[in-house]
Design a protein around this ligand. Structure first.
Ligand code: SAH
Length: 459
């Protein structure tokens, strides 16, 4: 399997920085199913081409497969030659930093649209050239495809499903890699591994930003998730909620709380709690549109600021907000879910979850507790959530209604206290609870905040 990426951006050898692979050296990386080689057939300042050659070992594949049968097809098949989900795995492993948009040496090029040409020597297109065009053209690619007869001796058999493909566009490299990562297995309509829930997260992480508005969105989701209905529904609803939702829904919640400018008071309270904790590296989980991130990045104490959210839409807004701020470009903003353990969350001194936990279903909340307190384990965790006792204060809110249609629950003060206490005991954090916003003598304050500090006694 051969994939090439060329550019005429000047100096073209910057491609080597973006891909984190030196144009002067051939490199090889062992993968579970073969070897990936990266080399540059051409590397001048006018034009540079990086090649990813994937040498799939069919015997290794057979050893890994659980099926005991001796079928010739498991030894003799198209996998060594065709672009497939192996190619996606290789892209993710060999070009990890480029795919994640990380590049210290040429940081300014990460988001810059570059003239790029991608060549794939044998791309299986189940659905033909129409589907190939239907997938790439809406994303701004010029598509050239060459088809081949299945067998020259038997022209009546017609064309093979394999195409030699050239894709040209002017887009940031990380986007092009994400498109290939998702769309190659979609065109192949096959995956070499078991497809489960985590696959939705991969799709959201790599496809969330461009897939929502794609005319073939449903087909992409269906094929990517290997035609599993339950997974497809879950993925589509996540994409759709994000598309339709956040701005509108938040408008209601914000109007309700406007008189208090509660949002502002909440952010200030969380900011102060983080600052007082002495944290230098801080993480905003469920960062939304990045309001807290904007405050944090302006404070010199916080030398490293990062934000994560499950919704690509709000992340785009967060990035736009940060772009306009001094030091804003230093904030790392990434897509991820609090329901899954994630190595990117390790190594921070403090984490904030501002008005996030009430968006999680009970099983997701349990998972989130472990993700934050057991695995990421920052020394300080600051969590805010609505105090439902206070809702009686708002005439505009019908009795029993939540403040936001996506809230799965809203806790009375006693319940939040018990939850925080139990989490603290289970994971060894001391807990301090504080009201945020104007306090009513009977109902308390509209927002409740818990500050967890590591070093508490485990129960
Ligand atoms: N902290 C922000 C946003 C609060 S709204 C603020 O105070 O303005 C709740 C946020 O949690 C939304 O942006 C939503 O996309 C995010 N969210 C919901 N479920 C999530 C999950 N499982 N993982 C990460 N973020 C999630």
């Amino acid at each position: 399997m051969l994939l090439t990426i060329s550019t005429v951006h000047q100096p073209a050898t910057d491609l080597g920085y973006l891909l984190h692979k030196h144009p002067g050296r051939a490199q090889s990386l062992e993968l579970p199913f073969g070897t990936a080689h990266v080399f540059y057939p051409e590397a001048s300042s006018e034009r540079c081409t990086a090649a990813l050659l994937l040498d799939v070992d069919p015997t290794a594949l057979k050893r890994r497969s659980a099926s005991p049968d001796f079928a010739l097809a498991s030894y003799v098949n198209d996998r060594p030659y065709a672009a497939s989900s192996f190619t996606s795995v290789a892209i993710a492993r060999v070009f990890t930093s480029a795919l994640n948009g990380q590049c210290r040496e040429r940081a300014e090029l990460v988001e810059e649209p570059l003239p790029l040409r991608v060549g794939v020597s044998a791309l299986p297109c189940r659905g033909g050239e129409d589907l190939l065009r239907g997938l790439f053209e809406p994303l701004g690619y010029a598509v050239e495809a060459r088809s081949f007869l299945l067998d020259e001796h038997f022209p009546e058999w017609g064309d093979s499903p394999y195409y030699e493909v050239e894709l040209a566009c002017v887009r940031p490299l990380k986007e092009v890699l994400a498109h290939l990562y998702v769309l190659i297995p979609v065109l192949d309509d096959e995956k070499h591994y078991y497809v489960g829930e985590e696959e939705i997260d991969k799709l959201m992480r790599r496809g969330g930003e461009w897939l929502t508005g794609h005319p073939l969105r449903d087909l992409v989701v269906e094929r990517y998730l290997k035609h599993q209905r339950g997974l497809k529904q879950a993925a589509l609803s996540r994409l759709l909620v994000e598309e339709a939702g956040e701005a509108e829904n938040h408008a209601g919640e914000e109007a309700l709380e406007a008189e208090l400018s509660l949002n502002q008071q909440r952010l200030t309270a969380v900011f102060e709690a983080l600052k007082t904790s002495g944290a230098r590296r801080v993480l905003d989980l469920g960062c939304g549109e990045g309001r807290l991130l904007a405050l944090l990045v302006a404070e010199a104490q916080f030398v490293e600021v990062a934000g994560m959210d499950v919704s690509p839409q709000v992340l785009s807004r967060a990035r736009r907000r940060l772009e306009r701020l001094p030091r804003g470009e230093q904030v790392v903003v990434f897509q991820g879910s609090l329901a899954y353990r994630d190595a990117r969350l390790s190594g921070y001194d403090a984490a904030a979850l501002v008005e996030v936990v009430e968006h999680l279903d009970p099983p997701q909340l349990r998972a989130c507790e472990r993700v934050v307190f057991e695995f990421a384990r920052p020394a300080t965790v600051v969590i805010t959530t609505p105090n439902v006792d206070y809702n009686a204060h708002w005439d505009a809110l019908p009795a029993g209604a939540f403040r936001h249609p996506d809230h799965r629950f809203e806790w009375p003060r006693a319940e939040f206290g018990t939850w925080a206490e139990q989490v603290g005991k289970r994971y060894g954090y001391a807990v301090c609870i504080a009201p945020v916003g104007p306090e009513d003598p009977a109902l308390g304050a509209p927002t409740q905040m818990a500050i967890f500090s590591a070093g508490g006694t485990r129960g």
